[in-house]
Design a protein around this ligand. Structure first.
Ligand SMILES: Cc1ncc(COP(=O)(O)O)c(C=O)c1O
Length: 425
């Protein structure tokens, strides 16, 4: 009966062709019968919490990124929260991040790269970014250092890897943790290796707009066994025990340990080495992820081709629009195509594109320092954040997701060119 249901599900998937006049979204879910069939299969199994699909998804992701450990969680923001919180564990001794310690980051980006720093009570230290890479300005890193600095937490902006060699050198020199927010850059490479493999700890998001989706979802990566142990503890309620959901007594010492001031032999399943969270996702989400994962290489190639198409088409406007550039040694899997208007108002172009049903996006928070959430939040700023302000005022981005066809991309490029040519006459 199960097979019959799955065969019906596979027949159910409908494909829709885009036509002029339809909306062009900046991102979207690209899927087929395999995602639906996995989702239904997992629902029929009705395990619900993390299970066999989660194990498969985690091990595929770890292998792909090139790390030993991967933990699936319920969003990219949860992944960032967990990645940061791990570094506050007392198990890390002298390297534990304490409240009041400083973490170097940028103000041009997504809020939940910075949120965990603030939520814990550490101090974000903002440095500027460069244009047109839109990543941390490495020449500012030494200026941002203080005797309180414990970590650097940065995203690869819209899939464009930051200068990992320089950032790592800085972190190694000063014994700082590196948290790599890889939420917008699954599949990007630097020096021939996948981003997400360079930080002490790194994250992914599988929100529908991202490179692959599980609906809501995220992941935390590391090569470090101690960090992995803390990740699992904090992800799963703060517990000390490492048994999977539904498993008992994996270590064979469930009733003979001595922990804290608990009575000897207290059930290890209920021993807590941290005050933790529950950030696990469901097996149904992982089941979608397993099917999406098989498409990842094709998606990455399509993202690169779409980016190249827009860049080539808009090259003639390079005196009016700053076009994005990647850093040396990197091969981005672009999340979007970021443009900065340098001779006219961004708002007019963005309104025009939206009127033509081409969806646009800002670079998330713009300058997070100017957001209402920053009121009364202790922080430090290095320099003037001049480029961050330019991005807040003049930049926007378009999608390059694998569901875009050449007809859609050409329509987007032609619409921009026409607007600028008309404006110049
Ligand atoms: C750089 C970055 N980090 C983190 C996130 C958060 O991911 P999620 O939406 O899965 O919470 C996003 C969201 O798009 C992001 O762009």
């Amino acid at each position: 009966m199960k097979q019959e249901i799955l065969d019906f599900v596979k027949k159910y998937v409908k494909k829709q062709e885009w036509q002029i006049g339809d909306r062009i979204n900046y991102a979207g879910r690209v899927y087929d019968e395999q995602e639906l069939s996995n989702l239904v299969e997992s629902s029929l199994e009705f395990w619900l919490t993390s299970g066999r699909f989660t194990d498969e998804f985690e091990s595929k992701l770890a292998k792909y990124i090139g790390v030993k450990y991967c933990s699936f969680v319920n969003s990219g923001s949860s992944a960032n929260l967990l990645a940061f919180w791990v570094l506050t564990s007392p198990l890390l001794g002298e390297r534990q991040i304490q409240r009041g310690d400083e973490v170097i980051t940028v103000a041009a980006g997504f809020p939940t790269t910075v949120a965990p720093i603030v939520q814990y009570g550490a101090i974000p230290v903002f440095v500027d970014v460069t244009i047109p890479q839109y990543n941390v300005d490495c020449s500012q890193l030494e200026n941002a250092l203080s005797d309180k600095t414990k970590a650097v937490m940065l995203a690869h902006t819209l899939g464009n890897p930051f200068d990992i060699a320089q950032v790592k050198e800085f972190c190694n020199k000063h014994n700082l943790w590196l948290i790599e927010d890889n939420c917008d850059s699954l599949g990007s490479e630097y020096d021939g290796k996948k981003t997400g493999s360079f930080g002490d700890i790194a994250t992914s998001s599988f929100y529908p707009a991202h490179h692959i989706t599980t609906g809501e979802g995220g992941a935390v990566y590391t090569i470090n066994p101690l960090l992995h142990k803390i990740i699992r503890s904090l992800r799963d309620w703060g517990r000390d025990c490492v048994c999977a959901s539904g498993q008992d007594n994996l270590c064979k010492h469930r009733f003979d340990g001595q922990f804290g001031e608990l009575p000897k032999g207290y059930d290890h399943k209920y021993v807590y080495s941290h005050f933790g969270f529950n950030l696990k996702a469901t097996d149904m989400q992982a089941a979608i992820g397993v099917a999406q994962f098989d498409k990842l290489d094709d998606f990455t190639q399509k993202r690169r081709e779409n980016f190249r198409f827009l860049k080539d088409s808009l090259a003639m406007l390079s005196d009016k629009l700053i076009l994005p550039e990647h850093c040396n040694k990197s091969n981005p899997s672009w999340f979007g195509f970021l443009l900065t208007c340098n001779s006219f108002e961004r708002e007019r172009l963005v309104r025009h594109l939206e009127d033509k049903k081409i969806q646009t996006r800002m670079l998330f928070a713009g300058n997070i320092m100017k957001q209402p959430c920053m009121q009364n939040i202790p922080h430090r700023v290095i320099g003037t954040l001049e480029n961050t302000d330019i991005i807040m005022n003049n930049s926007f981005w378009l999608g390059v997701y694998p569901g875009m066809t050449e007809v859609m991309l050409k329509f987007m490029a032609d619409t921009i060119i026409q607007f600028i040519v008309d404006k110049s006459n």
